[in-house]
Design a protein around this ligand. Structure first.
Ligand code: IPE
Ligand code: IPE
Ligand code: MG
Length: 267
Protein backbone atom coordinates (compact mmCIF):
# COMPACT_ATOMS: atom_id res chain seq x y z
CA UNK A 1 0.00 0.00 0.00
CA UNK A 2 1.14 3.55 -0.67
CA UNK A 3 2.12 5.45 2.48
CA UNK A 4 1.91 9.25 2.63
CA UNK A 5 5.13 10.98 3.72
CA UNK A 6 5.46 10.94 7.52
CA UNK A 7 5.41 14.75 7.90
CA UNK A 8 2.22 15.24 5.87
CA UNK A 9 -1.41 14.97 6.88
CA UNK A 10 -3.68 12.63 4.97
CA UNK A 11 -3.64 15.09 2.02
CA UNK A 12 0.09 14.35 1.70
CA UNK A 13 -0.99 11.19 -0.11
CA UNK A 14 -0.96 13.22 -3.33
CA UNK A 15 2.84 13.13 -3.20
CA UNK A 16 2.62 9.38 -3.65
CA UNK A 17 1.54 9.91 -7.26
CA UNK A 18 4.12 10.17 -10.00
CA UNK A 19 4.19 13.64 -11.60
CA UNK A 20 3.47 12.22 -15.00
CA UNK A 21 0.95 9.40 -15.06
CA UNK A 22 2.51 5.98 -15.50
CA UNK A 23 -0.82 4.24 -15.78
CA UNK A 24 -3.62 5.83 -17.78
CA UNK A 25 -7.17 4.55 -18.24
CA UNK A 26 -9.55 5.85 -20.89
CA UNK A 27 -13.29 5.56 -21.39
CA UNK A 28 -13.41 6.00 -25.17
CA UNK A 29 -16.85 7.56 -25.55
CA UNK A 30 -18.58 9.44 -28.35
CA UNK A 31 -17.98 7.36 -31.49
CA UNK A 32 -21.70 7.17 -32.24
CA UNK A 33 -22.25 10.92 -31.88
CA UNK A 34 -19.20 11.62 -34.04
CA UNK A 35 -20.74 9.59 -36.87
CA UNK A 36 -24.33 10.72 -36.39
CA UNK A 37 -23.35 14.40 -36.46
CA UNK A 38 -21.93 13.76 -39.93
CA UNK A 39 -24.90 11.75 -41.14
CA UNK A 40 -22.76 8.60 -41.17
CA UNK A 41 -23.57 5.14 -39.81
CA UNK A 42 -22.43 4.62 -36.20
CA UNK A 43 -19.98 1.95 -37.34
CA UNK A 44 -17.97 4.68 -39.11
CA UNK A 45 -17.55 6.34 -35.74
CA UNK A 46 -16.25 3.11 -34.23
CA UNK A 47 -13.84 2.75 -37.16
CA UNK A 48 -12.53 6.27 -36.60
CA UNK A 49 -12.33 5.51 -32.88
CA UNK A 50 -10.07 2.54 -33.59
CA UNK A 51 -7.76 4.85 -35.56
CA UNK A 52 -7.67 7.24 -32.58
CA UNK A 53 -6.68 4.34 -30.33
CA UNK A 54 -3.86 3.49 -32.72
CA UNK A 55 -2.50 7.06 -32.68
CA UNK A 56 -2.81 7.35 -28.93
CA UNK A 57 -1.02 4.03 -28.39
CA UNK A 58 1.95 5.25 -30.47
CA UNK A 59 1.99 8.47 -28.52
CA UNK A 60 1.96 6.66 -25.18
CA UNK A 61 4.83 4.42 -26.33
CA UNK A 62 6.86 7.48 -27.37
CA UNK A 63 6.17 9.21 -24.08
CA UNK A 64 7.06 6.19 -21.93
CA UNK A 65 3.65 5.57 -20.37
CA UNK A 66 3.73 2.17 -18.65
CA UNK A 67 0.07 1.11 -18.97
CA UNK A 68 -2.85 2.25 -21.09
CA UNK A 69 -6.17 0.62 -20.24
CA UNK A 70 -9.00 1.40 -22.65
CA UNK A 71 -12.71 0.68 -22.28
CA UNK A 72 -13.68 -0.63 -25.71
CA UNK A 73 -16.93 -2.42 -24.87
CA UNK A 74 -18.89 -2.76 -21.64
CA UNK A 75 -20.98 -5.77 -20.66
CA UNK A 76 -23.95 -3.39 -20.90
CA UNK A 77 -22.97 -2.42 -24.48
CA UNK A 78 -22.69 -6.09 -25.38
CA UNK A 79 -26.13 -6.89 -23.97
CA UNK A 80 -28.06 -3.72 -24.73
CA UNK A 81 -26.83 -2.36 -28.09
CA UNK A 82 -28.75 -3.50 -31.18
CA UNK A 83 -27.38 -6.86 -32.41
CA UNK A 84 -26.29 -5.24 -35.70
CA UNK A 85 -24.12 -2.72 -33.84
CA UNK A 86 -22.61 -5.46 -31.65
CA UNK A 87 -21.83 -7.43 -34.83
CA UNK A 88 -20.17 -4.31 -36.34
CA UNK A 89 -18.16 -3.83 -33.16
CA UNK A 90 -17.01 -7.46 -33.21
CA UNK A 91 -16.00 -7.20 -36.87
CA UNK A 92 -14.13 -3.94 -36.24
CA UNK A 93 -12.40 -5.32 -33.17
CA UNK A 94 -11.08 -8.23 -35.14
CA UNK A 95 -10.02 -5.94 -37.98
CA UNK A 96 -8.27 -3.63 -35.50
CA UNK A 97 -6.39 -6.54 -33.93
CA UNK A 98 -5.41 -8.11 -37.24
CA UNK A 99 -4.36 -4.82 -38.86
CA UNK A 100 -2.44 -3.52 -35.86
CA UNK A 101 -0.85 -6.71 -34.60
CA UNK A 102 2.45 -6.27 -36.43
CA UNK A 103 2.76 -2.62 -35.53
CA UNK A 104 2.01 -3.35 -31.88
CA UNK A 105 4.61 -6.10 -31.86
CA UNK A 106 7.20 -3.82 -33.51
CA UNK A 107 6.52 -1.15 -30.90
CA UNK A 108 7.21 -3.66 -28.12
CA UNK A 109 3.68 -3.28 -26.74
CA UNK A 110 2.30 -6.01 -24.51
CA UNK A 111 -1.40 -6.48 -25.25
CA UNK A 112 -3.76 -7.78 -22.60
CA UNK A 113 -7.53 -8.01 -22.26
CA UNK A 114 -9.97 -7.79 -19.40
CA UNK A 115 -13.64 -8.73 -19.60
CA UNK A 116 -15.73 -11.77 -20.46
CA UNK A 117 -14.11 -13.08 -23.59
CA UNK A 118 -15.91 -16.43 -23.47
CA UNK A 119 -19.06 -14.71 -24.79
CA UNK A 120 -17.28 -13.24 -27.84
CA UNK A 121 -17.27 -14.90 -31.29
CA UNK A 122 -14.51 -17.57 -31.55
CA UNK A 123 -12.68 -15.79 -34.40
CA UNK A 124 -12.43 -12.60 -32.32
CA UNK A 125 -11.17 -14.60 -29.35
CA UNK A 126 -8.55 -16.21 -31.59
CA UNK A 127 -7.27 -12.80 -32.72
CA UNK A 128 -7.18 -11.64 -29.12
CA UNK A 129 -5.32 -14.71 -27.95
CA UNK A 130 -2.85 -14.51 -30.79
CA UNK A 131 -1.74 -10.95 -30.10
CA UNK A 132 -1.72 -11.61 -26.37
CA UNK A 133 0.50 -14.66 -26.85
CA UNK A 134 2.85 -13.03 -29.35
CA UNK A 135 3.32 -9.91 -27.24
CA UNK A 136 3.48 -11.67 -23.85
CA UNK A 137 7.25 -11.32 -23.44
CA UNK A 138 7.34 -7.62 -24.40
CA UNK A 139 8.30 -5.11 -21.76
CA UNK A 140 7.09 -1.88 -23.40
CA UNK A 141 3.72 -0.23 -22.93
CA UNK A 142 0.99 -2.52 -21.64
CA UNK A 143 -2.07 -1.89 -23.80
CA UNK A 144 -5.01 -3.38 -21.94
CA UNK A 145 -8.34 -3.46 -23.72
CA UNK A 146 -11.52 -3.90 -21.72
CA UNK A 147 -13.93 -5.84 -23.89
CA UNK A 148 -17.29 -7.07 -22.64
CA UNK A 149 -16.01 -5.77 -19.31
CA UNK A 150 -18.02 -4.80 -16.23
CA UNK A 151 -16.42 -3.85 -12.96
CA UNK A 152 -19.24 -5.06 -10.73
CA UNK A 153 -19.19 -8.54 -12.22
CA UNK A 154 -15.38 -8.58 -11.94
CA UNK A 155 -15.78 -7.87 -8.21
CA UNK A 156 -18.52 -10.48 -7.84
CA UNK A 157 -16.22 -13.07 -9.41
CA UNK A 158 -13.40 -12.11 -7.07
CA UNK A 159 -15.78 -12.44 -4.10
CA UNK A 160 -16.85 -15.88 -5.31
CA UNK A 161 -13.26 -17.05 -5.71
CA UNK A 162 -12.44 -15.90 -2.19
CA UNK A 163 -15.59 -17.56 -0.83
CA UNK A 164 -14.55 -20.83 -2.47
CA UNK A 165 -11.08 -20.55 -0.92
CA UNK A 166 -12.67 -19.99 2.51
CA UNK A 167 -15.06 -22.93 2.06
CA UNK A 168 -12.22 -25.26 1.15
CA UNK A 169 -10.27 -24.16 4.21
CA UNK A 170 -7.41 -22.54 2.24
CA UNK A 171 -8.20 -19.11 3.63
CA UNK A 172 -9.70 -17.69 6.85
CA UNK A 173 -12.25 -14.86 6.34
CA UNK A 174 -10.04 -12.48 8.33
CA UNK A 175 -7.20 -13.16 5.90
CA UNK A 176 -9.17 -11.49 3.12
CA UNK A 177 -7.60 -8.10 2.53
CA UNK A 178 -7.25 -5.63 -0.35
CA UNK A 179 -4.26 -7.41 -1.80
CA UNK A 180 -6.00 -10.80 -1.84
CA UNK A 181 -9.11 -9.37 -3.45
CA UNK A 182 -7.07 -7.51 -6.09
CA UNK A 183 -5.27 -10.77 -6.89
CA UNK A 184 -8.61 -12.15 -8.15
CA UNK A 185 -9.41 -9.28 -10.54
CA UNK A 186 -9.24 -10.01 -14.29
CA UNK A 187 -5.66 -8.75 -14.59
CA UNK A 188 -3.89 -8.96 -11.24
CA UNK A 189 -0.79 -7.36 -12.81
CA UNK A 190 -2.67 -4.14 -13.52
CA UNK A 191 -1.43 -1.00 -11.76
CA UNK A 192 -4.11 1.33 -10.41
CA UNK A 193 -4.59 4.11 -12.98
CA UNK A 194 -2.97 7.40 -12.00
CA UNK A 195 -5.21 9.23 -14.45
CA UNK A 196 -8.62 8.21 -15.78
CA UNK A 197 -9.93 10.09 -18.81
CA UNK A 198 -13.43 10.05 -20.25
CA UNK A 199 -14.27 11.76 -23.53
CA UNK A 200 -17.52 13.06 -25.03
CA UNK A 201 -18.44 15.24 -22.06
CA UNK A 202 -20.00 12.46 -19.98
CA UNK A 203 -18.95 12.47 -16.34
CA UNK A 204 -19.54 8.94 -15.08
CA UNK A 205 -17.66 5.66 -14.82
CA UNK A 206 -20.22 3.39 -16.52
CA UNK A 207 -19.04 0.32 -14.58
CA UNK A 208 -15.33 0.77 -15.43
CA UNK A 209 -12.55 -0.09 -12.93
CA UNK A 210 -14.55 0.73 -9.80
CA UNK A 211 -11.93 -0.87 -7.57
CA UNK A 212 -8.79 0.11 -9.46
CA UNK A 213 -9.78 3.78 -9.93
CA UNK A 214 -10.41 4.45 -6.22
CA UNK A 215 -7.65 7.08 -6.14
CA UNK A 216 -7.32 7.93 -9.83
CA UNK A 217 -7.36 11.56 -10.87
CA UNK A 218 -10.34 12.05 -13.19
CA UNK A 219 -10.28 14.10 -16.39
CA UNK A 220 -13.40 14.68 -18.46
CA UNK A 221 -12.72 15.87 -21.99
CA UNK A 222 -15.59 17.44 -23.96
CA UNK A 223 -14.41 16.20 -27.36
CA UNK A 224 -15.72 12.99 -28.92
CA UNK A 225 -13.33 10.03 -28.91
CA UNK A 226 -12.53 10.13 -32.66
CA UNK A 227 -11.39 13.77 -32.13
CA UNK A 228 -9.19 12.93 -29.14
CA UNK A 229 -5.73 13.73 -30.52
CA UNK A 230 -2.36 13.24 -28.77
CA UNK A 231 -2.54 17.01 -28.02
CA UNK A 232 -5.77 16.40 -26.07
CA UNK A 233 -4.01 13.62 -24.16
CA UNK A 234 -1.20 16.05 -23.35
CA UNK A 235 -3.81 18.48 -22.00
CA UNK A 236 -5.15 15.75 -19.73
CA UNK A 237 -1.61 14.94 -18.55
CA UNK A 238 -0.90 18.64 -17.95
CA UNK A 239 -4.07 18.91 -15.89
CA UNK A 240 -2.96 15.90 -13.85
CA UNK A 241 0.46 17.46 -13.24
CA UNK A 242 -1.04 20.85 -12.37
CA UNK A 243 -3.11 19.26 -9.62
CA UNK A 244 0.13 18.11 -8.01
CA UNK A 245 1.84 21.46 -8.54
CA UNK A 246 -1.10 23.18 -6.87
CA UNK A 247 -0.60 21.01 -3.83
CA UNK A 248 3.11 21.85 -3.83
CA UNK A 249 2.33 25.58 -3.89
CA UNK A 250 0.65 25.26 -0.50
CA UNK A 251 4.14 24.75 0.94
CA UNK A 252 5.86 27.90 -0.25
CA UNK A 253 9.10 26.67 1.31
CA UNK A 254 8.96 23.62 -0.95
CA UNK A 255 8.34 24.88 -4.51
CA UNK A 256 9.89 21.89 -6.28
CA UNK A 257 7.67 18.82 -6.19
CA UNK A 258 9.39 16.02 -4.31
CA UNK A 259 9.98 12.65 -5.93
CA UNK A 260 7.10 10.24 -5.64
CA UNK A 261 7.01 7.94 -2.65
CA UNK A 262 7.20 4.31 -3.70
CA UNK A 263 6.07 1.28 -1.81
CA UNK A 264 8.04 -1.90 -1.26
CA UNK A 265 7.03 -3.24 -4.68
CA UNK A 266 8.44 -0.18 -6.42
CA UNK A 267 5.09 1.26 -7.54
C1 IPE B 1 -18.10 4.48 -27.40
O1 IPE B 1 -18.88 5.24 -28.25
C2 IPE B 1 -17.82 3.12 -27.97
C3 IPE B 1 -18.65 2.07 -27.42
C4 IPE B 1 -19.46 2.17 -26.40
C5 IPE B 1 -18.59 0.79 -28.07
P1 IPE B 1 -20.46 5.19 -28.18
O2 IPE B 1 -20.94 4.16 -29.15
O3 IPE B 1 -20.93 5.05 -26.79
O4 IPE B 1 -20.80 6.64 -28.73
P2 IPE B 1 -22.00 7.57 -28.27
O5 IPE B 1 -21.91 7.72 -26.79
O6 IPE B 1 -23.26 6.90 -28.71
O7 IPE B 1 -21.73 8.85 -29.01
C1 IPE C 1 -19.06 3.27 -21.75
O1 IPE C 1 -19.67 4.08 -22.69
C2 IPE C 1 -18.40 2.12 -22.42
C3 IPE C 1 -17.39 2.45 -23.41
C4 IPE C 1 -16.93 3.62 -23.72
C5 IPE C 1 -16.86 1.33 -24.08
P1 IPE C 1 -21.25 4.08 -22.90
O2 IPE C 1 -21.49 5.10 -23.94
O3 IPE C 1 -21.73 2.72 -23.15
O4 IPE C 1 -21.77 4.55 -21.48
P2 IPE C 1 -23.16 5.13 -21.06
O5 IPE C 1 -24.21 4.18 -21.55
O6 IPE C 1 -23.29 6.47 -21.70
O7 IPE C 1 -23.10 5.21 -19.56
MG1 MG D 1 -21.48 6.39 -25.34
Amino acid sequence: MIEPPADEGSSGEQHARPLTPESIAVIMDGNGRWAESRGLPRARGHEEGAETLRRLTRHCVARGVRELTCYALSTENFRRRPPAEVADLMRLLQLYLDRNREELLELGVRVRFIGHREELPPEVRESMERVERESAAHDGLVLRLAINYGSRSELVEAARALARAVRSGELAPEEIDEERLAAHLHDPTMADPDLLIRTAGEERLSNFLLWQASYSELHFAPCLWPDFTPERLEEAIASYAARLRKYGAVRSSDPVPRPPVVDAEGR
